[in-house]
Design a protein around this ligand. Structure first.
Ligand SMILES: Nc1ncnc2c1ncn2[C@@H]1O[C@H](COP(=O)(O)OP(=O)(O)OP(=O)(O)O)[C@@H](O)[C@H]1O
Ligand SMILES: [Mg+2]
Length: 257
C-alpha cells in the first residue's frame, strides 16, 4: 500500500459557537508515532475523537488506508483497527480488571444450539492477565476490582487495554497522567513496540520531553489550527513550546495593531 495510514484533510469542527478545529490537515504513516501537542483547548482531544469515531467532523475528510471514511461510532473505527485511550477516562470501578479490558467485547461460552451463552469470565481473566503481563503491567489478578487499584495502576490497565485491541492505529490522549517514573517508561516503551510492529500512533501529551523522546514527528495545534509540523530530530523543547504558545506566530506577524 502506498500513501499514509491516516490523512486528515481540512477537518473543521465546531461545538455551537466554539470553533474547535479549522482546516486541520496532517498524516500518520504506518509505523510512525506522531505527537499531537498544543495548549489547553487547542483541539487535540477533538481531533483524536474525530479520528476514533466518537465525533464527526463538520467538514473536511478523514482518509484511512487511502479511502475517505466517516465512522458512525467508535465501534466502526474499532472494526477498522483503530483504538483510542480517552483523556481521564478511567476504568469502571465496579468491574474487575478483566471485565474492564473486555468491556463491549466480552467473551462468551457457547450456549445451547450454538447460541452465545454466559460470560466466559475465566477466559477473560486469563486473557487480561496474559496481556498485562506481556505489557509489564503489574496487577494482582484479572479478577481484581478496578476500584481497589491505585490511580497509576488503573491508568496502566487502561493503557494495556488500548494496546491489547489495537490493530492499525492507536490514539493516546495524555496517557502518562497519573503514571509514576517506571509506569511512564513502560508506556513509552509500549508505544515504540507498537510502532515497531507497524502500527500508527498518535500521542497527545503536555510533557514535551516525552513527546520528543517517543515521536517521529510533532503536529502543533494552536487555537484549532495546525501551527507547525516538525521532525522530532530537529525540534527542541524551546521550539515546540514557542509554537504551542503562539509566540513564534506573533513574532512572524509583528505587533498587532
Ligand atoms: N463537548 C463540548 N462542548 C462544547 N465545547 C467543547 C466540547 N468539547 C470541547 N470543547 C471546546 O473545544 C475546544 C477544544 O477542546 P479540546 O478538548 O479538543 O482541547 P484539548 O486540546 O484536548 O485541550 P486539553 O489540553 O485541555 O485537553 C475548547 O475550546 C473546548 O472548550
Ligand atoms: Mg484534551
Amino acid at each position: 500500500m502506498s500513501g499514509p495510514l491516516l490523512r486528515l484533510v481540512d477537518v473543521c469542527k465546531s461545538y455551537g459557537a466554539v470553533q474547535a478545529l479549522w482546516n486541520v490537515s496532517f498524516d500518520v504513516a504506518a509505523g510512525e508515532v506522531v505527537g499531537l501537542v498544543g495548549d489547553n483547548g487547542a483541539g487535540k482531544s477533538t481531533t483524536a475523537k474525530i479520528i476514533a469515531g466518537a465525533l464527526t467532523a463538520d467538514s473536511g475528510s478523514v482518509m484511512f488506508d487511502g479511502e475517505a471514511r466517516r465512522w458512525g461510532s467508535p465501534r466502526e473505527a474499532h472494526g477498522a483497527g483503530i483504538e483510542m485511550l480517552y483523556q481521564d477516562m478511567g476504568l469502571a470501578p465496579e468491574l474487575s480488571v478483566a471485565a474492564n479490558m473486555y468491556l463491549g467485547r466480552e467473551l462468551r461460552l457457547n450456549g445451547p444450539l450454538g447460541r452465545l451463552g454466559i460470560l466466559d469470565r475465566a477466559a477473560m481473566a486469563k486473557g487480561a492477565e496474559g496481556a498485562l503481563r506481556e505489557l509489564h503491567v503489574n496487577v494482582p489478578s484479572g479478577d481484581y476490582p478496578a476500584a481497589d487499584l491505585s490511580g497509576g495502576q488503573r491508568q496502566a490497565v487502561a493503557i494495556g487495554k488500548s494496546f491489547m485491541w489495537t490493530k492499525r492505529l492507536l490514539l493516546l490522549d495524555e496517557p502518562t497522567n497519573h503514571l509514576g517514573t517506571s509506569g511512564t517508561r513502560e508506556a513509552l516503551d509500549l508505544i515504540r513496540r507498537l510502532r515497531d510492529h507497524g502500527a500508527g500512533v498518535v500521542f497527545i501529551s503536555h510533557t514535551i520531553p516525552y513527546v520528543l523522546d517517543v515521536c517521529d514527528r510533532i503536529v502543533v495545534l494552536w487555537q484549532g489550527h495546525v501551527a507547525a509540523v516538525m521532525s522530532s530530530r530537529e525540534a527542541t523543547v524551546e521550539h515546540v513550546v514557542a509554537e504551542i504558545t503562539g509566540s513564534r506566530a506573533a513574532m512572524h506577524s509583528g505587533p498587532r495593531g
